[in-house]
Write a protein that binds this ligand. Structure first.
Ligand code: HAM
Length: 440
């Protein structure tokens, strides 16, 4: 038997699961603040849910097989098609705008590298039913607030934002034809990675002439809306897209997240279904891969469920985010914590420890006691190792009916002696009443 999980898959030991739980707790809490409700779907889906709309890259990474009923199926590589299908199926009954979130585990057979595994947990936050850029601003704000909730600031993370309609209008203006758009998008997407000469060659291969190629690659630098307006604003389609983008920026300012955001036309997004504003979040130093990506996909519900509703959303994975939080010292070390460790001076006191533990647990405390006979000093060591706040030593006199306990705070070693009954009464009072619990 292999001692390791498959390449690209993780074991989550308790400390690692605690980190994942910390991130998910913040995701869930911030989603709630924005009025998003949680949903889930099946981890296994019909293969054609992805082949129809997701784009070649993700389809090439599918874990797919034919099931015992001869159905071509795939483990979900992303949540968006499932989300679109679910919403489309009940489109009329759902309150609009739909604000849903989910935290699925996703599977992609990709080349394993830093920040990329073959499974990851991905927060998905999506909205349906609002075409205005107010929704795009709300969506980016919730993503940024989640990072804030995890302790990151605008100095740690950049939200790089573009608009496919703006880019299409600009590309048309510099001479790119409709048929050349996919090649142009691909070249712009690769501007940071590949040398310019390689890109020009590749574009030439797709029939884009040298002049047009140079001008389109010039678009791939940081622009301000004003600068773009001054150079390309006389084009009606560009001007309309810039007006929309300026309104988007105004909403981001009002929502208090504009300091995180830059306009970056190199953000194209690999997935095929995006139609409008798109964005990716990166660490500001450029050390890691994308933390988060998303955008508007106004035609996907029509393609998958035959309902015409605008939609937008993003995915934020746990892998890169975890790397960044650890690198910045923002991942809390989550040692297991226990409220009380009940130690016994004598093995005959075990039933007293058990009934005491039972009562304390009913009051909501986390409690352990020794499961077999052990020297007291060993028990106290176990209490420290378990991260217990207090050790409660049940003393031998209890056997004589005097019920004495010694409570030792494990942070500073302070001790106090009590009658067991009185100490338990105090715990019940602390918990705000008896809740049907009595110390007897
Ligand atoms: P995506 O850009 O493919 O978008 O993934 C979103 C995020 O998930 C990435 O930025 C990255 O943090 C994480 N991620 C993706 N693949 C992996 C991997 N193999 N290993 C680790 N982390 C990964 C989507 O999936 C869209 N469906 C998001 C979306 C939701 N768009 C609209 N709604």
């Amino acid at each position: 038997m292999s001692a390791k999980p498959l390449p690209g898959f993780r074991d989550f030991y308790p400390a690692e699961l605690a980190e994942r739980a910390h991130v998910m707790r913040v995701w869930r809490e911030v989603a709630r603040r924005y009025g998003f409700v949680e949903y889930d779907g099946p981890p296994l889906e019909p293969l054609d849910l992805y082949t129809r709309k997701s784009g070649d890259e993700i389809v090439g990474q599918l874990y797919n097989f034919v099931d015992k009923g001869d159905r071509p199926v795939a483990l979900r590589p992303e949540m968006t098609p499932t989300f679109a299908r679910m919403v489309a199926a009940r489109a009329n009954a759902l309150r609009k705008p739909v604000r849903w979130f989910s935290m699925p585990q996703l599977f992609r057979y990709e080349r394993q590298q830093k920040g990329r595994l073959r499974e990851h947990f991905q927060l998905n936050v999506d909205m349906v039913g609002e075409a205005d850029v107010t929704a795009d601003a709300e969506l980016l704000a919730v993503a940024i607030d989640m990072l804030r909730g995890l302790g990151l600031t605008q100095h740690d993370v950049r939200a790089r934002v573009s608009d496919r309609r703006l880019l299409a209008a600009l590309l048309a203006r510099v001479g790119v034809t409709e048929a050349q758009l996919p090649a142009a998008y691909q070249a712009i997407d690769k501007v940071e990675r590949d040398p310019r000469t390689v890109l020009v060659e590749r574009l030439a291969g797709a029939g884009v002439g040298g002049d047009v190629a140079e001008r389109l690659l010039d678009l791939a630098r940081l622009w301000s809306v004003d600068e773009l307006r001054a150079t390309h604003g006389d084009d009606a389609a560009v001007s309309e897209a810039l007006d929309r983008f300026a309104r988007y920026q105004a909403h981001l300012t009002a929502l208090g997240v504009h300091e995180w955001v830059v306009l970056d036309l190199t953000i194209v997004r690999g997935l095929a279904y995006y139609t409008g504003i798109v964005f990716e979040l990166f660490d500001a130093r450029g050390e890691f891969r994308a933390i988060c990506g998303g955008g508007r996909y106004d035609t996907l519900l029509k393609a998958l469920g035959d309902v015409d509703l605008p939609a937008l959303g993003f995915g934020m994975g746990d892998v890169v985010l975890g790397e960044l939080l650890r690198a910045r010292g923002l991942m809390p070390s989550l040692a297991p914590t226990l409220d009380y460790w009940l130690a016994v001076e004598d093995a005959e006191l075990l039933p007293v420890a058990q009934s005491t533990a039972s009562l304390l647990r009913r009051l909501g405390h986390a409690v352990e006691y020794p499961l077999r006979e052990q020297a007291l000093n060993k028990q106290l060591k176990a209490a420290v190792n378990a991260g217990a706040r207090e050790a409660v030593i049940l003393r031998r006199e209890a056997l004589a009916g005097r019920g004495e306990v010694l409570v030792r705070a494990l942070s500073d070693g302070q001790e106090s002696a009590h009658q067991l009954g009185a100490w338990l009464e105090a715990r019940i009072a602390e918990a705000g009443g008896a809740h049907g619990v009595s110390p007897a």
